[in-house]
Design a protein around this ligand. Sequence first.
Ligand code: ZN
Length: 483
Amino acid sequence: MPNLTCVLARIDDKHDAPRFFENVAPRIKKTFTDASDGAINLDIVDRTDEAPTHRPNSPLAGRHFALDLHRELRFYAANPLDQPVETVVALYGGVYHHNDSPYGMMFDPGFIPDAGELFLNKPHLEGRPREGCAIFLGAIERDRKVDPDLLWDQFEQQTTFTTIHELGHVFNLPHKKPPINYMSQSDRRSVYNPNFHEFIPEHETRLSRGKSSKSVWPGGSKFGDSGFLDDHSDCNWNTKSKMIDDLRFEISISRDHARYFEPFELDMRLRVKRGSTKTYRISDIVDPGYDQFRIFIEEPTGERRLYKSPRHYCPHEKFLTIGPSREFRRDISIFGESGGYTFRRAGVHRIWAEIHLGRRGVLTSNKIGIEIELERSESRKDQDVRIALTRMASANVLYHRLDRHHGNGTKTLVSLLESYADIPTAGAIQYSVGRALLEPSVRIQEKRKQRGMACFEEALKNPNQLSVRQIEIAEKCLGDATN
Ligand SMILES: [Zn+2]
C-alpha cells in the first residue's frame, strides 16, 4: 500500500489547540484510507508542538501573506522534483492576509522566476502542484463556538471538516453540492452535522485511483487540469440570464507591450452602466483563486488556456456592493502565474475574464491585448535589466511586494534604477520597492519609511506604468503621511 506522509504544522502561535491535533490525526488517516479503499495511506506526522517558523513577534502575527505560506509549505514538504510526491502538508495559522474570510486554501506551485540561477531546481524553492493546504484557525474561531467542556466542539468539528476538505483538493477533488459531503463549501452560519461528514461515491472512485493517477496523486497535474475533474455541472451557470444586465466588468492593463518578465498589472473594474440606478450585491470572488472566476488567455498561436492561480480559495459569504456611486476595483500581477511567467511566446496575447454568478448569470469582460516582445539580440542594458528583474529575490518583490531575501530584492532593484533610470518599467519597479519597504508585517524604522515614501513619489511620476489601484494606494499612503 503506497504511503504518503502528511505533516501537520503550525505557522503562528496565536492558536494553540493540542487537544484538537491529538483527535484530528487518526480521523484524517481513517477517512482517506476508507474513502480510497486503501489506495491512500496517510502517515500523519504531527509537528504542531514545534515552535512556528513564522516570525511570531511581528505586528501582524497571525495574518499570513501568500508568499510566506508558499515558503512554509515548501520548507515542510521538500519533495524531490523528479519523483512522486512523498509528503503533503497542512499548515495551521490565523487568517489569510489578503482576505480574512476563507477557512482554508490549497496550493499549486507559487510564482517561480526562471533566471536559470543555481538555486533553481531545488525542491525547497520550486514546489510541486497540490502539495498542501492551509487551514485558518482565526477565521474558524470567529464563526464557530469554542466550548472547553465539550470533547468535540463546533471549532473542532469545523477544523476537522476543513482539513479533510482541503486535503480533498490536494487529491484534485473539486467542490460538490448537494448532498452535503466533505467537498461541500462550508456554510458561514453553522458547521454541518457530523453525520454528513463523508465523501460521496464519485469522490471514493477517484481517490481509489491513488498513486496510479497523475490527476489524483499530489504533485501530478495542477488543480483542475485533468479535464473531467473540472466539474462545474452543479454550479448551474446561466449564460442567458438578464439579471445582471446593468453590470459592467471592465479590464485594462498598464502596458500594451512588454518583455515577458517585466511587471505589469491587470486592472479589474466592476460598475453599473451609465444612467442605471440599480444596485447589485454579488459574491466577492473577483480573484483567479476562486473557481467561479476565470481569466482566459489566447496565445499568439490562437490556442486558448486559463490563467493558472498559485492558490485556490474555498468560497465564502463575503459580498461586494456595486451601484451608481459605488464601483469595485482590484488588480492582479498578471505577468506571473502558478509555476512561472504567464506570457512566454512573442506576439500579441488576448486576455478576457469571466465571473460566474450562479443563476444570475455570467459577467464577461472586454478583451484586451498585450504584445510580448521578441528576445532579439540583447544590448548590455537589456541584459542587465533582464538579469536584475528575473532574480528570485527581486522577482518576488515585483510579484508579491515583499522582500524575503534579507533585503537583496529591493537592493538589486534600487541599484538597477541607479544605473538605468529611464527604463520603461521604472515606475512599476519603484512602486513595488515602495510596497516591499512599507510592508505591514515588519516594524518599520523611520529611515525605511522615508525610503518607501520616496519610492512612491518616484513611481507616481510615471502613472502610465501603474494600475489605477496602485496609483490609489501610493497616493493614499503619501497623503496619510503628510496629514
Ligand atoms: Zn474548497
